[in-house]
Design a protein around this ligand. Structure first.
Ligand code: SF4
Length: 282
């Protein structure tokens, strides 16, 4: 499944870079081979994802975007620490995390490995994986990939970063982000719907994340408004924990954290909209 999009020339993600990933790295900086940076129980996600026991988080190496403020940049952009693994190794990791009590398996930055993750999830389920699979994505995903993941992913943590092509080009290197991400989010909502909880833990559904960036409050308002108008009843996670990283120190707006005024302006906006979900503090 999805392999027709990967070889001989990769078009798995909206970058459509056409790399022959058997021989070369694509714009996502990866070959057609799984690469992970780390895995562990993670307690910093939204409450229904981390719960008490933690989310079984697996950080995949590389990324199909190029955010200049990426807080995972050693993994996503520089790939300074990663290891190449086989699908069976990933299956073992998933089963180990389940054994350690993880509430779910949480693939972080999965878009460029979607085809290999489907293979791994299939095998893991046949070997006893019972906990939900979380797809933690920038939403820079093709709609057809999201529909192909229907039977393998249970919960989406999908970003909506920008509503503006000039901004997405400047900050993340892609000018079609809004067009692509909004289609992908609609596909996630169409296939998984609103969040379903069991004992406070997410079993299925979509949480839309938005990271508030300093100096870009209007972008945040437009993103939150789009979510409200287009994904009725969806849970929203508004994140204020931005700190400068990677290339952000030389950017005029991104070299600082969110100000108290910006924080309260967005909180007021969320209250007026009546969005439900989670507020993640600094
Ligand atoms: S997944 Fe990677 S190699 Fe494939 S189109 Fe996207 S950036 Fe290019």
């Amino acid at each position: 499944m999805l392999k027709y999009l990967v070889s001989p020339k990769c078009r798995l993600c909206p970058r459509n870079c056409g790399a022959d990933r058997e021989k070369n790295r694509g714009l996502c900086k990866t070959y057609n081979k799984l690469e992970i940076a780390s895995f562990n129980l993670h307690f910093g996600e939204e409450p229904p994802i981390s719960g008490k026991n933690g989310s079984g988080t697996i950080f995949l190496a590389g990324c199909n975007m190029g955010c200049i403020y990426c807080q995972n940049y050693p993994i996503s952009q520089l790939k300074s620490a990663f290891r190449r693994i086989e699908i069976d190794d990933l299956v073992d990791i998933m089963l180990k995390l389940q054994k350690r009590g993880a509430h779910n398996i949480n693939f972080v930055t999965p878009s460029h490995f979607a085809h290999l993750l489907i293979d791994a999830i299939k095998i893991a389920k046949s070997k006893g994986l019972k906990i939900p699979v979380v797809y933690n994505t920038s939403s820079y995903d093709k709609e057809e990939v999201i529909y192909a993941l229907k039977d393998y992913v249970d919960v989406y943590l999908g970003d909506l970063k920008y509503t503006d092509s000039v901004l997405s080009k400047e900050l993340s290197g892609v000018d079609d982000y809004f067009e692509v991400a909004t289609k992908a989010l609609k596909a996630m909502f169409d296939t998984k719907g609103k969040l379903v909880l069991k004992n406070g833990i997410a079993k299925q559904g979509l949480i839309v994340r938005h990271l508030v960036l300093p100096g870009y409050i209007e972008n945040s308002k437009k993103a939150l408004l789009w979510i409200k108008e287009n994904l009725p009843g969806v849970d929203v996670s508004v994140m204020f924990q931005y700190f400068p990283a990677y290339k952000a120190f030389s950017h005029p707006f991104l070299k600082r954290k969110i100000s108290p005024d910006e924080y309260f302006e967005i909180i007021d906006f969320v209250n007026v909209l009546g969005s439900k979900g989670y507020i993640q503090q600094v």
